[in-house]
Design a binder for this molecule. Sequence first.
Ligand code: IFM
Length: 459
Amino acid sequence: MGSTEKDIEAAPGRPVPSALALPASFKWGISTAAYQIEGAAAEDGRGPSIWDLYGRQKGRIANGDTGDVACDHYHRYREDVALMRRLGAQVYRFSVAWPRVLPQGRGRTNSLGLDFYDRLIDELLRNGIEPWLCLYHWDLPQALDDLGGWQNRDIALWFADYAALVARRYGDRVRHFATFNEPNVCTLFGYGMGWNAPGIADRRSFLQAAHHVNLAHGEAVRTLRATAPGALLGAIYNRQKCVPVSAAPQDAVAAGILDACWNRLYADPQCLADYPPELIDGLQEFVQAGDMARIAQPIDWFGLNHYCPIYARADQNPLGFAWADAPRDGPLTGVGWRIDPAAFRDELITAYRRYKLPIYVTENGYGANETLDASGGVNDVGRISYLHAYTKALEEAVATGTDVQGYYLWSLLDNFEWGSGYANRFGIVYVDYATQRRVPKASFEWFAELIRAQQGRHA
Ligand code: IFM
């Protein structure tokens, strides 16, 4: 098959973007998340989120960074939409900050916060860009965390009420809604491993939170169907190949458990009404009669985020695996993630066969620690090679009959990268955080050319 690691190594300089064999209806776009770019954390009545408090705990986030200001997108959204337009993006997938519209997570709404997303959506539509709205990209209102957060079963109904508010307000202009972005990361890292807010490391808490996230997804889909009947509903899953770090049989078992936690714990109950057998023992304490039917509400599309294979080793800890770094025996991104476009192709094919839903790639991108060069730009050839190889891999998946309908790159801007703070840059636009100046990188022009080539193919 075509694109492999070898292509990346062999690519002399900048690969030329050329049109891919994809359907005319295929959409190109950009993904972001509220807490990572908005800033204005204490402005216009926004309530605190778990990330605001977590970031203030010593040692949690690299360099003590916080999302207080981030990319100041709350004030600069017009400039950012203009960049998307210049790029040729057809879709912009963003998230609503729950604590901005419901400062306590439920009850009193914040009209200034609601107004912000009105302005953003209207600006997108004025620029011919379709808004895709994700309800949850990890910024849980702190007031709900004080009540147990995702460990409190009532959160399924609080989340559904929040979904109804958002759908009532924006459903006249937004056609695509997603419930959760990467539920695996916010629960496994947030409650199982203690790497993300709220910083809990406990298997039972993780599985409890996971089940409540699944229930919340189902309740929100039901509510969205009733409130915005014409909308197309989906969820965004992070799928990565799980690889044992060695040939030892115990590491293979560990990789199987990681695969259950990472790839199946959400998509299986939500799309197939089933939990992975590896995790049933820990989940059954939380599953009540009727829950699986509540969770498995039909959805219209499958959002798939993919970056790289991930690695597991055997460990005596209660989770049954330990996270391992990518071995150094192959190509890595600037932040040490394995480059393996064939794994992306295979994940697309596997997800389509398993869940039988049209797929949108809702995130894919390349992280690096970059600075401006002497000419004042960023010649990010590593990112360009990565995007070239990964979009070719997507084309290969489509050639096998896999229904992939869009590709939304992560991300427009360098932004707040959770535990790594601002050190890891994923944008195709460089952000000078001291001045908030945006500098499109070479990959921005490359991606714009790819989109133009694609549109020319179907003109
Ligand atoms: O920045 C994150 C995003 O919030 C979720 N998916 C992975 C990205 C890169 O780490």
